[in-house]
Design a protein around this ligand. Sequence first.
Ligand SMILES: [Ca+2]
Ligand SMILES: [Ca+2]
Length: 194
Amino acid sequence: MSIWTLHSAAAGITAERDGYKERDRRMRQINKQSTLGFSQIEVAMSTLIVGLMVVTALNTAGAAMRSQVGNGDRGRGMVFGSALMAEILEQAFEDPNQTPVFGVESGEATSPVTRVNFDDVDDYHGWSSVPQDKAGNVSVSGTGLTTVVTVALADPNALGSATPPSPSSVVKKVNVTVQQGASVVCTLTAVVTK
Ligand SMILES: [Ca+2]
Ligand SMILES: [Ca+2]
């Protein structure tokens, strides 16, 4: 083997080794870029997942809080609605002292408006006020609530009807509704007869 041949072989080995080095360098660079890209994707996904978890937790907490507020309003509504209904049911079917009319009779209206002179069931028709007793004392615990009363002659054969086909003069249906703003928190219904 000549010196030239040995030199050429050595040069070939060197070139091949340099080629391997270059390939290794590129592979390391590609791996580094892949690792960097993967890390960025992981961070983005983690941020998204954490964000979704926070939103879900806030929604759940908000729903629980609204439910608690709703239950509290319903409880208060039942207390004031029941008290008002009980007061109405204690009254006479029609005015005991003067010629009965549907609604308040002469001299029963007061200013400021109270129920102090109401003495029959239909005197309460159209009543709408913050919770207060018959004398007009407003209940602090009823803040935010409104009590509304409707009274109407009812058809004993269609008591559930909002527009009774044959209303009787001896049957009255009383509705007491308690509202929180525009939302109804409870409704009580009673039927009274003469
Ligand atoms: Ca009346
Ligand atoms: Ca009356």
